[in-house]
Design a protein around this ligand. Structure first.
Ligand code: AQP
Length: 335
């Protein structure tokens, strides 16, 4: 079984990224054989919206350090920077030939993000899901751990693999149709100030977005000021999206079912409950932040880790791209 996932180096990573994705990456490293869990920091995806080049490099190091601080071991998984492995961009073009324009037009992330662009809606933003498909398909990954917002993109990459195989490799399929792995609880952590939208780097509210690197007092403040409802019961349900979100966050952190949290807080008010959530989130993120500070200080070491990861990644991706080129009749015939 091979696992692949990518994470953007945009902004600072938040609790939604951590619970929906990063936590799963570390679990994947434990489940897969050494070298079979592959994680990519997708700097090329970050170019699809307005960005600052110098900041992109800084955030890339931030993200690398967060992932290692969270528990990824570059000796056991493959951790690399997307742009270091040129096969991703070549495969994007090849796969764009079997991607329906209409499918890309239907992507909700494109619709959401294009509506927010002030100056330019780039073709890169439109092609984003094809690059994402190339990321995964180059490694013939079986499983893609992601948050719920990526469900549609994983469906599309399956469709692209299917269409490629049908058209160019009908007898012996070359590409693997991957399965998403979306956590049942925590797959969509909501913004604490507006629990009708997901916690997000670009779309959410600052106060409603807990960053992995937020200091303890900031985390507490954000959780304690989370929007709730006018009731008092710590249960999930219609009209209780804010409390429901906090229940799910605590259930993930405590590794128990949400019902157990509801049961534990029967008869308690929102203030007590929020304090427990704040304590839980602070304790959950504190070790990551401590390790992060040490790791982030040594950029040469981070570069060395990424370079080592890229070499391992290329050794897997290059043969796939060679197969795809050959099947599509691109370049000289393979010997
Ligand atoms: N709120 C969320 N709850 C659970 N999982 C989430 N993810 C993102 N938001 C939530 C998952 O985190 C992984 C990495 O995401 P990303 O940073 O590469 O980009 P994204 O999906 O576009 O998420 P962001 O952080 O919210 O960025 P913007 O604002 O640019 O959209 C993915 O697996 C994602 O599902």
């Amino acid at each position: 079984m091979r696992i692949f996932s990518g994470i953007q180096p945009t902004g600072r990573k938040h609790l939604g990224n951590y619970i929906g994705a990063i936590r799963q990456y570390v679990a994947g490293q434990e489940r897969a054989a050494d070298g079979e869990s592959i994680y990519c920091i997708v700097d090329l995806h970050a170019l699809s919206v307005a960005y600052d080049p110098a900041e992109l490099r800084e955030r890339l190091y931030d993200t690398t350090a967060i992932l290692i601080a969270a528990g990824l071991d570059p000796g056991r998984c493959v951790l690399f920077r997307q742009s270091d492995v040129r096969e991703h961009t070549e495969l994007t073009w090849l796969l764009s030939a079997v991607t329906a324009h209409g499918d890309l037009n239907r992507m909700t992330q494109f619709k959401d993000k294009s509506a927010k662009q002030r100056e330019l809606v780039s073709a890169a933003l439109f092609l984003y899901p094809v690059l994402q498909a190339a990321d995964v398909l180059a490694y013939k990954a079986d499983e893609v751990p992601v948050g719920d917002d990526q469900r549609q993109h994983v469906e599309l990459m399956r469709e692209i693999a299917r269409r490629f195989n049908e058209r160019f490799a009908p007898d012996t399929p070359i590409l693997v149709e991957p399965e998403h792995r979306i956590p049942e609880i925590g797959g969509r952590v909501m913004d604490l100030q507006d629990p009708t939208m997901k916690m997000s780097t670009t779309g959410g509210t600052g106060q409603g977005t807990v960053l992995v690197l937020d200091p303890e007092d900031v985390v507490r403040k954000k959780v304690m000021s989370a929007v709730t409802d006018s009731g008092s019961e710590v249960v999930r349900g219609t009209g209780k999206e804010g409390i429901g979100n906090l229940i799910e966050v605590l259930s993930v952190i405590r590794e128990v079912e949400p019902e157990a949290i509801e049961h534990e807080f029967e008869g308690f008010g929102y203030g007590d409950f929020k304090r427990a959530v704040a304590d839980g989130v602070v304790d959950y993120l504190a070790p990551v932040r401590e390790r992060y500070d040490q790791l982030r200080a040594d950029e040469d070491e981070l570069e060395a880790i990424l370079a080592g990861g890229a070499e391992k990644a290329r050794a897997i991706a290059a043969p796939t791209v060679a197969e795809v080129r050959d099947a599509m009749g691109v370049g000289p015939p393979r010997g």
